[in-house]
Design a protein around this ligand. Structure first.
Ligand SMILES: Nc1ncnc2c1ncn2[C@@H]1O[C@H](COP(=O)(O)OP(=O)(O)OP(=O)(O)O)[C@@H](O)[C@H]1O
Ligand code: SF4
Ligand SMILES: [Mg+2]
Length: 326
């Protein structure tokens, strides 16, 4: 097994070009995913999860651009690759599943053809062979009657079945990395768990690493070995899922953990009590100076309002970016 991580993101900076100034939507983001492992990226809406994923996939489009840092896939820089090379990489070595499969699937093509295409494009299979393998791929993601279903168009399938098709397409060529951006948010709760289990089981069986993106810390912590917590474009804590759960350090992470529904936490009215972190995520153009969490942080001190906290290493591995709790 190679020691080179499947994905290395180093001091990534993503800028949003405005009418005048360019704003850093993502700044100083670094993380690595070892081969075959899973990592979760969590944070509130707008913190920069999806654009980080798009940058990794080579899919970032103006007005956003990579303004600094490096992204390496199995040791190879992806910046500087041309559109054709990136296309070759996607699907074969790195795949992505989106929240809404309808936008990623081609409505005019049968699901069988869309799966088969992967084998033809990336593995040089003939269409006849690829069509047979598409049936197998659908069977693997547990779509009932796959021989018939390959002839369906995306709109003929339920949301859960469409997401299974997306998983089949994404994992068809046994990529090294699967990027899953809120893959179950649009689905019913019961279907969500099935899809997550399926994705995890198939990825594990073929040694595919997963970058799992979600606003749900509970979900991410259950399925990933490591968790990176993002706030307003920066990673504020990156540690093992267990450490994040048992001993969260950053006040924002603590807020996320405290807001998770727990057994026995029902209020007098019998409802589950959810604590929320007061305040809202600042917009890119109005990120506060110093620690970006300071307007919402109960522990904020004077220095938090002027100096950006450095990332400090934690004893059990990982990092925390906080003046007080780092
Ligand atoms: N195409 C775009 N043009 C302008 N701004 C954008 C674009 N895409 C994203 N942004 C901005 O970049 C920031 C990060 O967005 P991103 O989509 O990565 O958030 P996210 O963490 O994925 O949120 P969510 O949980 O809602 O999916 C946001 O402020 C968003 O408004
Ligand atoms: S650096 Fe200061 S404001 Fe930021 S999270 Fe830590 S204590 Fe709170
Ligand atoms: Mg998103």
């Amino acid at each position: 097994m190679s020691a080179t991580p499947v994905l290395e993101v180093e001091t990534l900076r993503l800028e949003l070009a405005g009418a005048g100034d360019a704003f850093a939507a993502v700044e100083d983001v670094s993380f690595a995913i070892p081969r075959g492992e899973s990592m979760g990226l969590v944070g509130e809406s707008g913190c920069g999860k999806s654009i980080t994923a798009l940058a990794v996939m080579g899919l970032l489009r103006p007005p956003l651009r990579i303004a600094g840092g490096r992204i390496r896939l199995s040791g190879h820089e992806i910046q500087g690759l041309g559109a054709a090379e990136l296309r070759k990489l996607r699907g074969k070595r790195i795949s992505m599943i989106f929240q809404e499969p309808m936008t990623a699937l081609n409505p005019l093509s049968t699901v069988g053809r869309q799966i088969a295409e992967m084998f033809v494009l990336h593995e040089g299979a003939s269409w006849t062979e690829a069509a047979e393998r598409a049936v197998e791929a659908l069977r693997q993601v547990r779509v009932p009657s796959p021989e018939r279903r390959v002839k369906d168009y995306p709109h003929q399938l339920s949301g859960g079945m469409r997401q299974r098709v997306m998983i089949a397409i994404a994992l068809a060529c046994r990529p090294e990395l699967l990027v899953a951006d809120e893959p179950t948010t649009a689905l019913d709760v019961t279907v969500q768990a099935e899809i997550i289990d399926l994705m995890q089981e198939l990825a594990a069986a073929q040694g595919t690493a997963i970058l799992m993106i979600s606003h749900d810390l509970g979900l991410v912590a259950r399925m990933c070995r490591r968790v990176a917590v993002m706030y307003a474009g920066r990673i504020v804590e990156e540690r093992s899922a267990r450490d994040v759960f048992v001993d969260p350090r950053h006040p924002y992470t603590r807020g996320l953990v405290a807001s998770l529904p727990r057994l026995g936490s029902r209020g007098a009215d019998g409802r589950r009590r959810l604590r929320e972190i007061p305040g809202v995520v600042p917009s890119i153009a109005a990120f506060p100076p110093g620690c970006r969490f300071n307007p919402r942080c109960a522990d904020a001190e004077e220095r938090c309002r002027s100096a950006v906290p450095a990332a400090s290493s934690m004893p059990g591995g990982g990092l925390v970016r906080c003046h007080v709790h780092g």
